[in-house]
Write a protein that binds this ligand. Structure first.
Ligand code: NAD
Length: 505
């Protein structure tokens, strides 16, 4: 089917509710603009709170009718595997839409699509793997077992940096578990979520199981965390929004999963493979212009190699090419919006004002830095050296192409600096010494620790944060369990009088 999102359509219908495409009840629309060149990508419906409530009703009705929740887990898994195959066939179309909305290089969008496909494949295979367990009640007359049931209706709220990938980490396990859901993608990047609903529809997912609301967080997203018919809210985004959502969700005691920000340490010991560590420090900090929750934004380098390390890092950072999705020489793309660029720039300026030494970058790109860059929101890779502990630069998440440098003398000091954050999403340690690597990995209070690497993740391995990086886990078996309720069924096969109360008959 054709989804009417394109610019020629006067009233886009991008809300997918109860199995049908609808426009916003208010008639409101939003123009999606490419952050790489300022061109119009598409026009989508801007949902109101009322639209969201209609989507919640559709999801609730589908869940209560059992059109998906009562489907055998094996069949749900097979459906996910068909989704994965269809995404493989439509991969290029999806990748182009992702690049249009985010401005990221097409090669990155293709890789993101591979990860989306892996996620659906993983949960497709996992769907029927845990039928529950028998509990030994210690007495032959009792049948006791645990079954895992779908949690119910889920509100899924996602950010703009990896739009479909973050959504797939939620949609795939939700569907595997038998839940119905309403997806609310970031207002700046809705296009691949719209295409995704088309795939579900095309493959015959029953109406009302997957619903999509395109619109802002405060208007169309907020009802998801407040409405009594939502059983679970799974949110990926910023810390401030996460706190609001958790507080809202508490009013009806919803299950809550939060994947929030990070201020991720990358610890380099003196014996690390120097060039591999520099290269991965660059990768950790600047991939996708640093708009990555697990970005290695804090370099913590042994004092004996710090000067040489930072010199090489700066030399490499100055060689990074910026450009739009189809610039084959480009290595990183733009920031998502002018507002976001202003935030990143203010963070850098604040860091400098608080004593950091700017080694390179520290400003938006101009035409002199590359053709066409001034049409988009490009920011130069930025290195802030000699950063003091406790200052803004090492405390606040920048979510841009910036990296700070701190130094350490001892292993204890390295661990202390690395853990000195309210966040706890990810971190890395670089050393050739296996003992040091394991000791430090064990002491870092972060949800993922890389040893001699940065950034890889696996759909089979849990992802999530310690501290204020979040609540709960995505991916892995825990990522499925988040969408399930464990129920204990206890059967007495030989009922008898308890004798607890006096017999008054
Ligand atoms: P954001 O918090 O501004 O927005 C995220 C989503 O929440 C959007 O869909 C937005 O519309 C919605 N939203 C905003 N206010 C809302 C409200 N009151 N009620 C309901 N929904 C609301 O975050 P962002 O700027 O889109 O994303 C960047 C942030 O996401 C960064 O902090 C980054 O670290 C984090 N992130 C974390 C992970 C992870 O796995 N931990 C992954 C990607 C991004």
């Amino acid at each position: 089917m054709t989804i009417p999102t394109n610019t020629e359509h006067s009233e886009p219908r991008t809300l997918f509710i109860g199995g049908g495409w609808q426009s916003a009840s208010s008639g409101a629309i939003r123009k999606i603009i490419s952050p790489a060149d300022g061109r119009l990508t598409s026009t989508v419906s801007e949902a109101s709170a009322d639209d969201t409530v209609r989507a919640i009703s559709a999801a609730r009705a589908s869940f209560d009718a059992g059109v998906w929740s009562a489907v055998p887990a094996k069949d749900r898994g097979d459906f996910l595997l068909r989704v994965a195959r269809r995404l493989q066939e439509r991969r290029e179309e999806f990748a182009r839409m992702e690049s249009a909305d985010t401005g990221k290089r097409i090669i990155e969008s293709r890789l993101d699509m591979n990860d989306v496909i892996s996620c659906f494949t993983y949960y497709g295979h996992l769907a029927d793997q845990n039928p529950g367990r028998i509990v030994d009640a210690g007495d032959g007359t009792i049948n006791s077992r645990i079954v895992y049931e779908p949690t119910g209706v889920c509100g899924l709220i996602t950010p703009w940096n990896y739009p479909l990938l973050q959504a797939s980490w939620k949609m795939a396990p939700a569907l595997a578990a038998g839940c119905s859901f309403i997806l609310k993608p970031a207002e700046l990047t809705p296009s691949t979520s719209i295409l995704m609903m088309d795939v579900f529809d095309e493959l015959g997912l029953p109406p009302g199981v997957a619903n999509l609301i395109t619109g802002t967080g405060t208007e169309s997203g907020a009802p998801l965390s407040l409405h009594p018919d939502i059983d679970l809210i799974s949110f990926t985004g910023g810390l401030v929004t996460g706190r609001i959502i958790a507080a809202n969700a508490a009013q009806t005691v919803k299950k809550v999963t939060l994947e929030l920000g990070g201020k991720n340490p990358n610890v380099i010991f003196a014996d690390a493979d120097f060039y591999a560590a520099v290269d991965n420090a660059l990768n950790g900090a600047f991939v996708h212009a640093g708009q990555v929750c697990s970005a290695g934004a804090r370099l913590i380098v042994h004092e004996s190699i710090a000067e040489e390390f930072v010199d090489e890092l700066v030399r490499r950072a100055e060689g990074i090419r910026l450009g739009g999705p189809y610039d084959e020489d480009a290595e990183i793309g733009p920031l998502i919006s002018a507002d976001h660029l202003a935030k990143v720039d203010a963070y850098v300026k604040q860091g400098i004002a608080e004593g950091a030494r700017l080694r390179t970058g520290g400003r938006a790109a101009t035409e002199e830095d590359g053709t066409g860059l001034s049409n988009g929101h490009f920011y130069l890779p930025t290195v802030l050296d000699r950063v003091e502990r406790g200052t803004t630069a090492v405390v606040k998440e920048a979510f841009g192409p910036t990296v700070t440098v701190e130094t350490f003398a001892t292993e204890d000091e390295a661990v202390e600096i690395a853990n000195d954050t309210i966040y706890g999403l990810a971190g890395a340690v670089w050393t050739k010494d296996a003992g040091t690597a394991q000791r430090v990995a064990g002491r870092l209070r972060h949800g993922t620790i890389w040893i001699n690497d940065f950034h890889p993740y696996l759909p089979q391995a849990e992802w999530g944060g310690f501290g204020q990086s979040g609540v709960g886990r995505e991916l892995g078996t825990t990522g499925l369990a988040e969408y399930q309720e464990a129920k204990h069924i206890y059967q007495n096969t030989e009922p008898s009088v308890t004798g607890w109360f006096a017999n008054r008959t």
